[in-house]
Design a protein around this ligand. Structure first.
Ligand code: NAD
Length: 273
C-alpha cells in the first residue's frame, strides 16, 4: 500500500469528471495526500461540482498556463510546501486538427506547443520554489509523439517536444532531488480527446490490436501515476511509461491477414497542395 499521508499535491488539468487529472487527484487522495487544483476559467462550473464534499481538496486556483502572470499568481497564492506536481494539459486549435499537418499555420503550431509543451517548463520553473526535496513531477503524453496517429497532427509534434522536455528537465531538477516522468496513456474518452478527428476508430483499433485486447481507463493511468509520484519510484526519472494495454509494443497485429485492406480497395494518396 502506498502511503502519501501528509503529502501535498498540485494538480493541473481537471476539466470534468472524465479528466485523467481528476482520476489521478482521486488516487492521490485515496493514498492520503491532499490536493490543490489549478484550473482553466471556462471549466469553473464543472469544477465546483467535483470539489463539493471533498475534504482532501485544499483549494482550487484559476490559472491559464499560457499567461505568465497567472502562473506567478498561482504559486504566490498556494501556501507552504508541496511534494507532487501533475501537468495534464493539452490543446491545439481545431483549425490545426482538422487539416493534414502540411496545412498547419505558424500561429496554430505555436499555440499547440505553447499550451501543450512549453507549459511544462513554465510550471516546473515556478514550482521549484514550493516543492520539497524528493518531489515528483508527472506529465501526460501520447503515442502520437513517437509515431504517426491519424488525426493527431500537430499534437504529435507537441507531445514529441513534451517527451524531450521530460528528459531535459529531469537532468536539470535531478541534482536538487526532484524527479520528472511522463505517462504515455492509451486513448481514453475525455473532453480533449473529443477534438481528435476519428477518435472512436482509434479506440476500436487500439482495443483490437493491443496485447491486453482492451482500451485503458483513467483508473489504469491513475494507478501508474500513483507509483511514479510515490517513493516506490524513487530511482525513476526522465522516463516515459506507456500505460496503453501494451499497444506501443506491437508492430503488426497478429490477425493482419483478416483486417488488411485488399489492394484494389485501398484509398489513393491525397493530392499534394
Ligand atoms: P481533459 O480535456 O480532461 O484535460 C485537458 C486539460 O487541459 C483541461 O483541464 C484544460 O483545462 C487544460 N488546459 C488546456 N489549455 C489550458 C490552458 N491554457 N491553461 C490551463 N489549462 C489548460 O483531457 P485529458 O484527456 O484528461 O487530457 C489530459 C492530458 O492527458 C493531456 O495532456 C492529454 O494530451 C493527455 N492524454 C490524453 C489521452 C486521451 O486519450 N484522453 C491519451 C494520452 C494522453
Amino acid at each position: 500500500m502506498i502511503n502519501l499521508q501528509g503529502k501535498r499535491a498540485l494538480v493541473f488539468g481537471v476539466a470534468s469528471e472524465d479528466s485523467i487529472a481528476w482520476a489521478i487527484a482521486q488516487k492521490l487522495a485515496q493514498a492520503g495526500a491532499t490536493v490543490t487544483l489549478g484550473y482553466q476559467k471556462r471549466f469553473l462550473s464543472r469544477l465546483m461540482q467535483l470539489v463539493k464534499d471533498k475534504p482532501w481538496i485544499e483549494s482550487w486556483v484559476e490559472c491559464d498556463v499560457t499567461v505568465e502572470e497567472d502562473v506567478k499568481k498561482f504559486f504566490a497564492t498556494v501556501k507552504g510546501r508541496y511534494d507532487v506536481l501533475v501537468h495534464a494539459i493539452a490543446f491545439a486549435p481545431a483549425t490545426a486538427l482538422q487539416k493534414p499537418i502540411i496545412f498547419t499555420t505558424a500561429e496554430d503550431f505555436a499555440t499547440a506547443l505553447n499550451v501543450s509543451s512549453y507549459s511544462l517548463i513554465r510550471l516546473t520553473h515556478y514550482a521549484m520554489s514550493v516543492l520539497n526535496k524528493g518531489s515528483s513531477v508527472l506529465t501526460l503524453t501520447y503515442l502520437g509523439g513517437e509515431r504517426v496517429v491519424p488525426g493527431y497532427r500537430v499534437m504529435g509534434t507537441a507531445k514529441a517536444a513534451l517527451e524531450n522536455l521530460v528528459r531535459e528537465l529531469a537532468a536539470v531538477v535531478g541534482p536538487a532531488g526532484h524527479r520528472i516522468n511522463a505517462i504515455s496513456a492509451g486513448p481514453i474518452r475525455t473532453l480533449a480527446a473529443s477534438g481528435v478527428p476519428g477518435f472512436d476508430s482509434i479506440l476500436d483499433w487500439m482495443a483490437h490490436s493491443a496485447p491486453l485486447k482492451r482500451n485503458v481507463t483513467q483508473e489504469d493511468v491513475a494507478k501508474a501515476a500513483l507509483f511514479l509520484l510515490s517513493d516506490l519510484a524513487s530511482g525513476v526519472t526522465g522516463e516515459i511509461l506507456h500505460v496503453d494495454a501494451g499497444y506501443h509494443a506491437v508492430g503488426v497485429p497478429p490477425d493482419l491477414d483478416k483486417i488488411v485492406v485488399p489492394k484494389a480497395q485501398a484509398a489513393p494518396n491525397p493530392p499534394m497542395p
